[in-house]
Design a protein around this ligand. Sequence first.
Ligand code: HEM
Length: 414
Amino acid sequence: MKLSDIDLNDLDTFEKATPHDQFRLLRRESPVHRHAGAPGEQDYWAITKHADLKNISKNPGLFSSEARSAIPRDPDDASLPQLRLIMLNMDPPKHRQYRAIVNKAFTPRMIHGLEPAVEKMVDQIIDNVIEKGECDFVDELAAPLPMLVICEMMGVPEEDRRGIYELGNRMVGFDDPELQEDGQPRKFGEDDGSQASAEMFMYAAKLAEKARAHPGDDLATALLNAEVDGHKLSELEFNSFFLLLAIAGNETTRTVTTNGMLDFIRNPGERQKLIDDPSLLNSAVEEVLRHEPAVHSFRRTAMADTEIRGQKIEEGDKLILWYPSVNRDEDVFENPDVFDITRSPNEHLSFGVGEHFCLGANLARMELRKIFGGLMRRLPDIELAAEPRRLRSTFVNGVKEMQVQFTPGPKSTG
Ligand code: HEM
């Protein structure tokens, strides 16, 4: 492979697998690489080294998430104001004010308090399939937990949870026609009648109404009572928070669970190690996060002329941060392609770093420990029944369907 073969816009490539061969070449020969934009989009700098992603993410004044959003696809000007209501797409000082509102719901203590409920959810999820001996791993084992947890935190009633999950799928899978109602790919936040984000907003408004009428100790009530600069969140701001949490909390954790299971299936020795020694769960979860991260890419925009590794970057230039690449940077990781659940240290950047470091990292880690703990204990011989069907996306490393089989077992008595 030569540099002229690099094409990180090709959805066919990403649908097959993360293009680790391309990233390896870029890290070695052109770590700050000028890359053509997707059709109709701005050209960009492909950032593939660990140290560069770190420096860029820690310098939001120079590399903005707000100017053109943090979403890799170019937003149209009309959808920018809406995108900027989400803190993922804000710069400091505004970003810090909004982040402070939700920070307190995601402290280690709060997460610890959720553990018993999450354990019960995991038992229930596995109970639902264990007698069948087969299932779609994505839909029946990976997806339910993060959805149940975030809905529980937000006070979303059970009957509405499936709908929220499907809306989230449509919003993130914007390049995958299969996930759109009319079978057409579209831009993030693109305005048309069937737009999933509009439906999500409408749902959030309903939720706010309910929380106002019956305040509880859920996150929805906390958000409604929160103040920024002495004023309460507007309806639009509340809805945007809900949308961010519903999407960021669902897709990512489900994706890591699925890709992690696939890693265990392909590396039976590592799976056996974890089955034999559950005390390896913590480091196994970190390795699952590193090896095939949930998010392929986020965007930043340069706010002034600057230089990275001697490469001149101009004000207004677009940069794409490639997470699967930095997690296999040879300068940081030994044998980076090897899936090693005892890897230590493991300084992956799957949750980002700096200003926008993932708000849900503690929560996601706890969920992943519980689900992999349950899977290793109760479904230790899961195998593929068919090749997984991956998402057509250069944004999310998703899997749409993964049919698996296993030895049937009894439901838990609890
Ligand atoms: C394994 C699962 C997850 C992964 C891999 C992941 C990944 C990420 C990454 C890479 C970022 C940084 C974005 C940037 O720098 O522009 C981020 C931000 C964020 N994540 Fe996660 N995430 C996960 C789970 C969650 C969960 C469970 C939640 C909430 C329930 C969540 C909520 C957020 C929020 C709100 C932000 C924006 C933070 C900010 O702008 O300050 N994430 N996540």
